[in-house]
Design a protein around this ligand. Structure first.
Ligand code: AMP
Ligand code: MG
Length: 402
């Protein structure tokens, strides 16, 4: 055993990771249907006006506003209908004094008209006339050409993430393809002589690989491409060649072997090939976590215990990966509820304690760091600062939801 020299606080771990983010620089082109969730790598500038023509924003009548003064429901103004304008055609008529055109929402405004009266403010007066019951103001119910976007406008800026509305802005200007930052490639590798692939029967002492799949899911959900490798044995040779197999990755995430046992070789691996930035965080679960630069690539050594590994994936890997991918930080939802049972937490470690919500209260779901059901059967977690050790039943706590 080689005990931790010292542990650092969670805040300090986050600071050191944030100081070592390397945002991806590679750029690729994607079609608009594949752009959602990506990050624009170049400004998207419009060549067209949106809307491309002045149009009606209502079903109603295109009028000359001055003609409608002083219409009221009791004393309507009668106008002659000279055209019926539907969407998808060019308006050909011209509206002169005391005339109007019936017009559909989205149809081009005819020349001469400067307002649209909605159909609810009119009554028919035979086939060729309509009675306008309300005075129109010039410009009302009209979407002017270019009012949304003018030619030359930037509709999405470099670095902005392509959420549905920004995909919509790109679509509105007729964009077909756009430049986005490449997704970070994240190599994921489990270590441990006992860890095997699913599909094979378990020999004595063996377990199925969990971390490769939980990490892969977290990475895919946060803008990365998880490149999963087969589990590696706990020997330096196996770890060196596993590391070589991760060449080309933007971030390497190992799990297991990050603690202080004789067979925990991740620290030796880092010392042989890179620079340790920290090893050991004062959190529970997840203390044996290492962060380093290995062959110039950021390297996270996660604990093997599935709950510790996944917990730290949420807490440390997600913000780091999103910053690498240039995605905005993810702020999980929180709710408040009274604690259903008293919880005791070790002093001196910031604990993430999983809970289940039931009948309006939060009940402990945490079994042990090695138990994946500590997480899979929980709705979220509460945080117990290092300075606190007991939280009494009934105390209202803030639960961060998964
Ligand atoms: P370690 O961090 O290597 O000391 O492992 C701690 C515990 O987690 C041990 O019980 C391991 O068998 C278990 N473990 C390590 N890696 C994995 C994995 N990929 N999937 C499931 N359990 C694991
Ligand atoms: Mg191990």
């Amino acid at each position: 055993m080689r005990p931790f020299k010292s542990t650092i606080s969670l805040d300090e771990a986050r600071r050191r990771m944030a100081a070592n983010v390397r945002p991806v620089e590679r750029i690729e082109r994607v079609g608009l249907p594949d752009a959602a969730g990506r990050v624009a790598a170049a400004d998207i500038r419009s060549a067209v006006a949106v809307p491309p023509f002045s149009r009606s924003a209502m079903d109603g009548y295109a009028v000359i506003a001055a003609d409608t003064s002083p219409a009221t429901p009791d004393r309507p103004v009668r106008l002659r209908i000279v055209d019926r304008i539907y969407t998808g055609i060019a308006a050909s008529s011209r509206i002169g004094p005391s005339t109007c055109a019936e017009i559909a929402t989205g149809a081009p405004l005819p020349d001469g008209a400067d307002a649209v009266v909605m159909v609810e403010e009119t009554t028919p007066a035979g086939d060729d006339h309509v009675d306008i019951q309300a005075m129109a103001a010039a410009g009302q119910n009209i979407g002017r050409r270019g009012a949304d976007i003018s030619p030359g406008d930037i509709v999405v800026r470099r670095g902005e993430s392509l959420n549905p509305s920004r995909v919509g802005a790109a679509a509105a200007i007729g964009c077909v393809e756009l430049e986005v930052f490449a997704r970070p490639r994240v190599a994921v590798l489990s270590t441990g002589n006992e860890v095997i692939d699913p599909g094979a029967p378990l020999a004595p002492g063996q377990i199925y690989d969990v971390n490769r799949f939980t990490l892969g899911a977290v990475i895919a959900a946060n803008g990365g491409i998880a490149e999963a490798h087969r589990p590696a044995q706990d020997t330096m040779d196996a770890l060196f060649s596993a590391l070589d197999g991760c060449a080309g990755a933007d971030l390497i995430v190992f799990s297991g072997g990050s603690s202080v046992g004789e067979r925990d070789l991740v620290v030796d691996l880092v010392e042989a090939r890179g620079t340790m930035i920290f090893h050991g965080i004062a959190v529970k679960p997840g203390k044996p976590t290492a962060f380093a630069m290995v062959d110039g690539v950021p390297f996270l050594g996660m604990p093997g215990n599935p709950t510790s590994c996944l917990s730290n994936a949420y807490i440390l890997l997600v913000p780091y990966l999103r910053a690498t991918a240039r995605l905005p930080l993810y702020a999980p939802k929180t709710v408040r509820a009274p604690l259903g049972r008293t919880i005791v937490s070790p002093a001196g470690r910031h604990q993430f304690y999983t809970v289940r919500l039931q009948d309006g209260a939060a009940f402990p779901a945490f079994k042990g760091s090695g138990d994946i059901t500590s997480l899979s059967q929980a709705d979220g977690y509460i945080e117990i600062p290092a300075s606190e050790s007991t939280i009494q039943a009934g105390t209202v706590v803030e639960i961060t939801l998964f």
